[in-house]
Write a protein that binds this ligand. Structure first.
Ligand SMILES: NCc1[nH]cc(CCC(=O)O)c1CC(=O)O
Length: 330
């Protein structure tokens, strides 16, 4: 780097006015950087607030369609669906996961019917349907890999059939990306994309999400045998490489803010479309501080999202999506 000595160089010159700051700003945020996660529930014309996520509600399918319309008008390109599954649909065999008419698949169809321009992303993992609350089948107290992957293939095909644009395997089983990609190709779904939750950590920041989808009570034990150890960084690169080699189109790091170092490493190493998930606990802590008047809610929201862009991310899954897009649209 070449720099004249002070006072020939004065760094404050370029910070002196809004115009100059705007001119030299390296990273910016736009509504098209956002994916909006939406929680689904049974029923019609209802929204039930989630206490640990102030400002976020579970929506019935018709209300989720309204959310998709709002996404379109705000310039948010994609929404991601997470179902709150009724207790009677949580079973040992997780069959509801690939039911073509389950809540999630009905919502995909309704949204693609009404607002085809908005991309619909899904979650692929068994936890909403599993009596044990785990992302995979539990046999003799162990989360088993290969049998789970077969179930995830069926789940993926049902979602593709319903019209999903982006499949989001969030389960962290080995071999699932390749298995899902092969199934999609075999069934003629060449255009369906996979955004792999490639580096997903076993995190305490998922707490409010598990309340939102009713998984907190169901979960026995923890997810440390399949989700990553928060102490690891090189392993994230191996997992991203593996998922890309199996046919992932895009990759994700999750959680977000505590793992920006991983986002940067992934982007530098692979240069592929890289996303981060600013998860429920991150949203909850920023909202809680804002509601207490301890921080300026809008400003910490925008600053936290811009940090992902600076770390190299192409986009962010965030519960702030509609609020942030509204703020940007002025
Ligand atoms: N496979 C389930 C899943 N998909 C997204 C999240 C977390 C999202 C959030 O906290 O906002 C989780 C929770 C988990 O792994 O236990």
């Amino acid at each position: 780097m070449t720099q004249a000595p002070f006072p020939l160089t004065r760094h404050r010159r370029l910070r002196a006015t809004p115009a100059l700051r705007a001119l030299v700003r390296e990273n910016t945020l736009t509504p098209s950087d956002l994916i909006w996660p939406v929680f689904l529930m049974q029923g019609t014309n209802e929204a039930v607030p989630i206490p640990s996520m102030p400002g976020v509600s579970r929506l019935t399918v018709d209300r989720a369609v309204e959310a998709a319309r709002e996404a379109r008008s705000l310039g948010i390109p994609a929404i991601c669906l997470f179902p709150y599954t009724a207790m009677e649909h949580r079973t040992g065999d997780c069959a509801e996961a690939w039911n073509p008419d389950n809540l999630s698949n009905r919502a995909i169809r309704a949204i693609k019917d009404a607002v085809p321009e908005v991309a619909v992303m899904t979650d692929i993992a068994l936890d909403p349907y599993n009596i044990d609350g785990h992302d995979g089948f539990v046999e003799n107290g162990e989360v088993v890999n290969d049998r789970t992957v077969e179930a995830l293939q069926k789940m993926a095909l049902a979602q593709a059939q319903a019209g999903a644009d982006i499949l989001g395997p969030s389960d962290m089983m080995d071999g699932r990306i390749g298995a899902i990609r092969r199934a999609l190709e075999a069934e003629g779904f060449q255009k369906v994309t996979i955004l792999s939750y490639a580096a997903k950590y076993a995190s305490a920041f998922y707490g409010p999400f598990r309340d939102a989808v009713g998984a907190s009570a169901a979960l026995k034990g923890d997810k440390k045998t399949y989700q990553m150890d928060p102490g690891n960084s090189d392993e994230a690169l191996r997992l991203v490489a593996r998922d890309l080699s199996e046919g992932a189109d895009m990759v994700m790091v999750k959680p977000g803010m505590p793992y920006l170092d991983i986002c940067r490493r992934v982007k530098d190493e692979f240069g592929v479309p890289t996303f981060a998930y600013q998860v429920s606990g991150e949203y909850a802590m920023l909202r809680a501080a804002a509601l207490n008047g301890w921080v300026d809610g809008d400003r910490v929201m925008m600053e936290s999202l811009l940090a992902f862009k600076r770390a190299g991310c192409d986009g962010i899954l965030t519960y702030f999506a509609p609020a942030a897009a509204r703020a940007m649209n002025g």
